[in-house]
Design a protein. Structure first.
Length: 315
């Protein structure tokens, strides 16, 4: 077997270190996800509705003009009204959940206790729990086949911790089935051209999608002043500001322009777009995502700047 080069060895060691660091945090993330999921489950209704299927769902009043053979005479005999026995529509389908695990996601400022990565994973785990309990199948592109396993959170956590593949800033190029749904969670600071390319590929299959930009509050408010060194976490180097506060207005405009471009790309393909700040709780976001997943399908329509992830430190 050929020996690894020095750079390959260092890359393997770095990947192992990242996996161990994440594995140490997973128990806390699972507990938080279960807490959030239990809150959601109490506040949500299932996505069942009438349609073809084998399981009984509910009785409803007979409507004038319906065929008489639809009447359930045994149930109707117990009341002064006629009733129809409705079956539950077998609406189970696949939802793909992708949380960005690239280095830029492992950032949190002094404004919040949650890193973007931890929040993205908590949201993914909690939503998966709710969806599986509602009869849906959940998968992670390239590392977990769609499943309705009741231990979905543990399945997802194991798949993520043991994933030895690269951790790019954009989702993998996979082909979700038509009528399935895709949820993408990332800071999406990559160039718009990359986002446009992958979104177009995913939408081409006919899948519905939801994009959530997970951001640290410092990435928008730019609460830095004085001499600060800003370090790009994905290998693009660093830059030092003599008076960081003088950069604030221009930086915030870059962020606003980048976000507007993200939103425009999502609207073009009929995908939803949401911004989530890590200093806010995840419950409101999860309610919104779940509601959109149950809504009717949207009708798809068949020069960007890179905004760096910032970590401040005195120089």
């Amino acid at each position: 077997m050929a020996e690894l080069t020095r750079s390959e060895t260092e890359a393997v060691q770095a990947a192992v270190g990242i996996s161990r660091k994440l594995a140490a945090r997973v128990p806390r993330l699972i507990l938080e996800a279960r807490r959030v999921a239990s809150t959601l489950i109490h506040g949500l209704h299932g996505r069942r509705r009438a349609g073809p299927g084998e399981n009984f769902w509910q009785y409803r009043r007979f409507t004038s003009g319906e065929p008489a053979q639809n009447v359930d005479w045994r149930r109707s005999a117990r009341d002064d009204h006629l009733y129809v026995r409705e079956r539950e529509w077998e609406a189970s389908h696949t939802i793909w959940l992708w949380a960005d695990r690239s280095p830029s996601m492992d950032f949190n400022s002094h404004l919040t206790e949650w890193s973007k990565l931890d929040r993205a994973l908590v949201v993914s785990f909690a939503l998966a729990e709710v969806l599986v309990q509602g009869g849906e199948r959940v998968g992670i592109p390239e590392i977990l086949r769609p499943t309705a396993n009741r231990n979905i959170i543990e399945k997802m956590a194991q798949a993520i911790v043991h994933d030895a593949g690269n951790r790019p800033s954009v989702p993998p190029n996979f082909s979700p089935a038509a009528f399935s749904e895709v949820l993408l969670l990332s800071d999406f600071w990559s160039p718009i051209s990359e986002f446009r390319h992958i979104l177009g590929q995913l939408a081409a299959s006919g899948a519905r999608g939801h994009v959530v930009q997970v951001v640290d509050p410092a990435e928008e408010s730019f609460p830095y002043a004085g001499r600060i060194e800003f370090i790009e976490s994905e290998g693009l180097g660093s830059v030092t500001a003599g008076r960081a506060e003088a950069w604030r207005k221009d930086y915030q405009k870059l962020v606003a322009d980048h976000r507007a471009a993200l939103r425009a790309e999502c609207e073009q393909f009929g995908w939803s777009f949401t911004v989530h700040h890590t200093d806010r709780g995840p419950t409101e976001l999860l309610f919104a995502i779940h509601a959109r997943m149950g809504a009717s399908a949207h009708a798809p329509t068949i020069s960007a700047r890179h905004v760096p992830m910032l970590s401040g430190g005195g120089a």
